[in-house]
Design a protein around this ligand. Structure first.
Ligand SMILES: [Zn+2]
Length: 143
């Protein structure tokens, strides 16, 4: 059994005799500050790596054209569409008609959103998610 007067430093794992019991996790100020910075930079690395998971995972031409056009993926598109619906309802104090919404969606978001995880068809046409009809349609790359 280890002497219970001693704590193990959370950073360097050395045993030390705490000056203040219970609250002291590190053997020294320098370990405490190193541990803090290590945690902080870990968080920064995780923050930075998040967007990369979504963009350009494959180097196909299709995904490049999406980022150039600034088109969002289908899921994001329908989320934004819900937001527009809420805004339109609030502003004019009446529910927007389906036609109004479709017009706004086409104008602001673009109707067709390239589907990244489906290949082009035999005609070299790419699959697009049509946010008006909720269907996949095959179109030439430029929409
Ligand atoms: Zn230490």
């Amino acid at each position: 059994m280890r002497d219970s007067r001693y704590y193990t430093c959370n950073y360097c794992f050395k045993e030390f005799e705490p000056k203040r019991r219970r609250v002291q996790k590190y053997c020294s100020n320098s370990c405490r500050s190193k541990a803090y910075h290590a945690r902080k930079s870990m968080n920064e690395i995780q923050d930075l790596s998040l967007p990369e998971k979504h963009s350009n995972k494959d180097n196909s031409k299709a995904s490049e054209s999406v980022s150039v056009a600034g088109v969002t993926n289908a899921a994001t598109g329908s989320l934004i569409a819900d937001g527009i619906k809420a805004l339109a309802t609030k502003k004019e104090n009446r529910p927007a008609t389906k036609g109004d919404l479709n017009l706004m969606i086409e104008k602001f978001l673009g109707r067709y959103h390239l589907v990244k995880n489906l290949p082009a068809n035999a005609f070299g046409q790419y699959p697009y998610y049509d946010i008006i009809t909720n269907e996949i349609v095959y179109l030439q790359n430029e929409v």
